[in-house]
Write a protein that binds this ligand. Sequence first.
Ligand SMILES: Nc1ncnc2c1ncn2[C@@H]1O[C@H](COP(=O)(O)OP(=O)(O)O)[C@@H](O)[C@H]1O
Ligand SMILES: [Mg+2]
Length: 328
Amino acid sequence: MSPATPVLEVRDLHVTYQTDEEPIPAVRGVSLSLHAGEIVALVGESASGKSTVGHSILGLLPGSATSHGDVFFRGTTIASMDTEELRRVRGREVSVIFQDALSALTPTMRVGEQMAEPFRIHLGMGHGEAMQAARTALARVLPDVDRVVDSYPFQLSGGMAQRVMIAMATSLEPSVIIADEPTANLDPAVRQDTLMQLERLRDGGAAILLITHDFGVVARLADRVSVMYAGALVEEADVRTTFRAPKHPYTFGLLGSLPTLTGGRLTPMRGHPPDLATLPPECPFLPRCNKAVGRCRQEPAPGLAPVKDSVPGHRVACFNPMAVPLRD
Ligand SMILES: Nc1ncnc2c1ncn2[C@@H]1O[C@H](COP(=O)(O)OP(=O)(O)O)[C@@H](O)[C@H]1O
Ligand SMILES: [Mg+2]
C-alpha cells in the first residue's frame, strides 16, 4: 500500500430505504476518502443522508435498505473480505461514536465487563488483563473509574455514558473512527473533552469522519469538508477554502448564516430540503437557489467537478457557482 492510499474510501455509494410508500433514495452517488491522521467533516442539514453514509461504512444499515457502491479499507473492498477479516475490520480497525451513547451500550452488562470484551475478543487477553486494560482506557476519559466499572449503563449520567461510549469505541486505537454528531446535546465540559479525545486520536494517526451540524467543531477539527444535500455531495474542499470561498450556493447559504466561525451553529436557510421520494432530475437545490440559470432548469444536476481558479481538491456540483468569496 502506498502512503497515498486512503485508509478508508467510499466510492459511488447509493442507499435506498424501502418503505410502505415510495422508496427513499437517501444516498445518491457519494464518494469520500480518509487518510491516516486526517479529519474529514461531512456536513449538511438534517435528513441529507449523513448518518446513512456513516452506517453504510460498517454495514449497519437496517434490513429495509438496499445499497451499492464500494467501501475500501486500506485498498481492499470490504465486500471481498472473508468473515475473519471483516470481524477484524469492523471490530477493531473501524469504530463508530454515536450521538446516543446509551443506545450504544449493552444495558444488561456492567461497564467494566463490556469495556473488557473487545480486549478479550480482538486482542486475545485473559479476563484479568482485559479488565485492567479497560480500566486504563476509562481512566483516560473519566476520574471515577472504580465506581464506573461496577455500574450498569442506566446508572450513569448522560455525560458519563458519553465518555464511556467514546472510551469503548476507541479503546483498541482504531485506524478509522466514524463520529456521528459526537457533540450534539452535550454540556460544555463533556463537549470539550470529546473534542480533545478526537484530536488525540487524530494525532495518533486515526482517520476520522466527523458527521456534524456544528460548524464550530468543523472549524476547530476538520482538515477537509464534504457538503451533502439531498443525498449527494455538492461541494468539497479544505476547511479554510470551505469557510472563505464556498462555491455552491447551498454551502454559501449555510456558512453565510453563521454568527461566528467559532461558536456558530447551523441556522436553517430559506426553504426546505426536497422530498427525496419525488426528486426531479434537475438540481435538488433549484427551488431554494437564487443563482439558478437556464441550464439548471433544463439539464440534470451536474456532478462534482474541479473549481476553476481555486485550490486543488476544491470541487463543486453547480452550473453557476458563487463568483465572490464569503469572507476575505
Ligand atoms: N430506517 C429508515 N427507513 C426509512 N427512511 C430512513 C431510514 N433512516 C433514514 N431514513 C431517511 O433517509 C434520509 C436520510 O436520513 P439520515 O441519513 O439519517 O440523514 P442525516 O443524518 O443527514 O440527518 C431521511 O429522509 C430519512 O428520513
Ligand atoms: Mg444523522
